[in-house]
Design a protein around this ligand. Structure first.
Ligand code: NAP
Length: 282
């Protein structure tokens, strides 16, 4: 039986598209746990009041767009990862405090590991410098990867390099976002991660870079999960690259949240099956 704190959910705006309620509710069913996970559509103006209400009887929350940064001052403490990344996607409530975490980067690394793609001491090129890329890049640096970043807006990549240096004392290589420079960087990379929204539904015909510049030896991950097989992944697969889709990251960041809230090992296979089934029907 769940205790007094048996409420969980995801807060964002809009929230209708979120896969988290489905994913967590099938996990609770599989584990035989008496918890309910609901979506909460809350705008910026209502966030502080919502978090205060949650302090009474919630066990945990996931936080999504647009609140991952704005929620930080409303919490009592945040983890090292969340502080480095500057964003929170998971909150655990107790009678004493509301503590913030970020599981996006861990989810990405876990998905790569599951697909047989190690990152320690490997050269990883990340495309993108938005919220997800930031989480992934800091986690990769913490895991001991040699990381490069290329972003359409170069200033954001430069800011990331500065933060990696100042907050972690680690170097991050910035690559110019052009096919020729990305091709040069890929010739010296083991792993490519698309952490931009290019290729996401409805823009499914878009791809962030031509597959012609990706060497066959590079493992390619796309964190976009709708569609599951993006154009980038399809083209890389045809070339013979190992490919990893974004559903694994989605499921593993959720699994990490479950571990934080309940200390349980999540049934990742069941969660993944539920997400894939839902995505097929969208
Ligand atoms: P975000 O903060 O808005 O950042 C978007 C990033 O994509 C920026 O770097 C942006 O570049 C770049 N971008 C967008 N369209 C582009 C294009 N046409 N060409 C080149 N670059 C482009 O978004 P986010 O939260 O990081 O999310 C990014 C993607 O990751 C979304 O598709 C999201 O669904 C997915 N995601 C997946 C997971 C998962 O668990 N699988 C988790 C989080 C996010 P500029 O800086 O130049 O604008």
């Amino acid at each position: 039986m769940a205790g007094k704190r048996n409420k969980l959910g995801v807060v964002g705006h809009p929230i209708g598209h979120s896969m988290s309620p489905l994913m967590h509710n099938v996990a609770f069913e599989e584990l035989g746990l008496d918890y309910q996970y609901c979506p909460y559509d809350v705008g910026k103006e209502g966030l502080a009041e919502f978090i205060n209400e949650c302090r009474k009887d919630f066990l945990g929350l996931n936080v999504t767009i647009p609140h991952k940064i704005g929620v930080i001052p409303l919490l009592d403490e945040i983890s090292r990862e969340a502080e480095l990344i500057g964003a929170v996607n998971t909150i655990k409530f107790s009678d004493e405090k509301a503590a913030g975490y970020n599981t996006d980067g861990l989810g990405c690394i876990a998905a790569l590991r599951e697909a047989g793609v190690p990152v320690k001491n490997r050269r990883v090129l990340v495309l993108g410098a938005g919220g997800a890329a930031r989480a992934i890049i800091f986690q990769l640096l913490l895991e001991g990867a040699d990381v490069s970043v290329a972003n359409r807006t170069g200033r954001s990549a430069d800011n990331l390099r500065k933060d990696a240096r100042e907050r972690l004392g680690k170097g991050l290589h910035v690559v110019e976002f052009s096919n020729s420079e990305v091709a040069k960087a890929l010739a010296n990379s083991d792993v490519l991660i698309n952490a931009t929204s290019a290729g996401m539904s409805p823009g499914v015909d878009e791809t962030i870079i031509p597959a012609a510049i990706i060497p066959r030896s590079v493992a390619v991950m796309d964190i976009v999960y709708n569609p599951v097989q993006t154009r980038l992944l399809r083209e890389a697969w045809v070339k013979g690259c190992r490919t990893v889709n974004g559903v694994g990251m989605l499921v593993h960041q959720g699994a990490e949240s479950l571990r934080i809230w309940l200390g349980v090992q999540a049934p990742v296979d069941v969660m993944e099956e539920a997400v894939l089934d839902r995505l097929k029907r969208i």
